[in-house]
Design a protein around this ligand. Structure first.
Ligand code: FEO
Length: 396
């Protein structure tokens, strides 16, 4: 069912209440998601983006109930990823000759995924499309935000920026707008989305935000492709992105460990106590990696000024869960964060040194050689861990 968002602009997407994982199993979506498609009915009828492939037939049927599909003049594909382009094959079967406006890179991604020679019309930043009634669509390339093919589309007079993935959140809701949902849920999901998807592109994003803001376009709404539309003070999310893109951190130290027989766990807890003793202002959090959601942990890393990683030694190395998590942090290219390592061992004890090497290689400033302990931590070692926590707190 289409829902009006402003004047002749409607939402016609899909709310995916039961989505638990996104990007395969790479990204947890505890609160589901939405795939937002928009219909503009001026003299020309325009469809902006579609939905994820499993909902393609349902989407086209719904769309056909609202309008004669043959009356769609222009299709805008802001991004080729399947969660927004997945409805195109079913739609283009019904209206095969209609033009699809997209970037040159989106031609590659759409052809590469669907192997169809649709009527692609390539656009660049600043290109405009007259849709009648004195209104235009203006295209803005958003290369690497987050794919090389990404772009945003601005609707003049209604002052709506269709930003695609940028400013989105994985949040299923029947409410269309930011002022109608729980603000805590909204900002948790918006930050998680940024931390897990956009962090590697922060430098590019900073420049793009400056470029878009320098155009002084009036923006009444930021209509994203996931979650709610920013209608109430839409610039608030642009300002948040400006902060997040600027090597964001809060006054937080996060300890993340995995453990086999709880020795490394005990060290983690003592380090946390030491951090609190040395600095009662800092937020200290402790997570057992094996019992935690990795994407939620990435949000905690995003907020942290220091990350402390622990693993016991196994097979002359460290636990693969920890290796996987450091790899994930490396992919996300966090900047301006410190790190430290710790762990117990029974025999050879290589884990801590190796974790430090991996952390350094992942772009973290490693504080020192870390602490390691043979066998179970006795009271002296527990005190050493506590003192080490104090050192970490003071080293920031
Ligand atoms: Fe990059 Fe929502 O897809």
């Amino acid at each position: 069912m289409k829902k009006k968002i402003k004047n002749n602009v409607s939402w016609i997407g899909k709310v995916d209440w039961e989505l638990q994982k996104f990007h395969g199993d790479e990204y947890s979506t505890h609160k589901g998601s939405t795939y937002n498609s928009y219909l503009i009915e001026e003299e020309k009828i325009v469809l902006i983006d579609t939905v994820w492939a499993p909902f393609a037939e349902e989407f086209v049927e719904n769309l056909a109930k609202e309008i004669d599909l043959n009356k769609i003049e222009y299709i805008i594909a802001n991004h080729g990823e399947v969660d927004h382009s997945g409805g195109l094959p079913a739609l283009m079967k019904r209206i095969p000759d209609k033009p699809i406006y997209c970037t040159s890179n989106a031609v590659k991604s759409l052809k590469g995924q669907y192997h169809q020679d649709w009527n692609f019309q390539v656009v660049k930043t600043g290109d405009k499309l007259d849709i009648g009634n004195g209104k235009e669509l203006v295209f803005v390339e958003m290369q690497m935000l987050h794919w090389p093919d990404s772009m945003a589309t601005y609707l003049t007079k209604d002052n709506i920026l269709f930003s695609n993935d940028a400013f989105g959140q994985h949040l299923a809701t029947e409410k269309l707008f930011n002022d109608l949902v729980d603000p805590c849920d909204l900002f948790v999901e918006a930050m998680k989305y940024y931390a897990n998807i956009l962090t590697p592109f922060s430098a590019i994003l900073k420049k793009k935000l400056e470029e878009v803001l320098s155009l002084h376009l009036p923006i009444d709404m930021v209509a994203t492709s996931h979650g709610v539309i920013w209608r109430d003070n839409p610039i608030q999310i642009v300002e948040k992105y400006s902060q997040w893109a600027n090597d964001y951190q809060e006054n937080q130290i996060t300890i993340i460990y995995d453990t086999m027989w709880n020795g490394t766990k005990l060290l983690a807890e003592k380090i946390a106590e030491g951090i609190e003793l040395a600095d009662s202002e800092v937020v200290v959090k402790v997570f057992n990696l094996a019992k935690s959601d990795q994407n939620d942990l990435i949000t905690e890393v995003f907020k942290s000024k220091t990350v402390v990683i622990g693993s016991p030694t196994i097979n002359n190395s460290f636990l693969h869960s920890v290796a996987g998590f450091i790899h994930l942090m490396k992919e996300l290219k966090f900047k301006n964060k410190k790190a430290a390592a710790f762990g117990c061992y029974g025999w050879s004890g290589e884990a801590v040194k190796q974790i430090n090497e991996w952390l350094q290689n992942a772009g973290f400033a490693v504080i020192d050689e870390g602490i390691r302990n043979q066998w179970n931590p006795d009271i002296n070692v527990q005190n050493t861990a506590l003192e080490y926590g104090k050192k970490i707190a003071r080293s920031v």
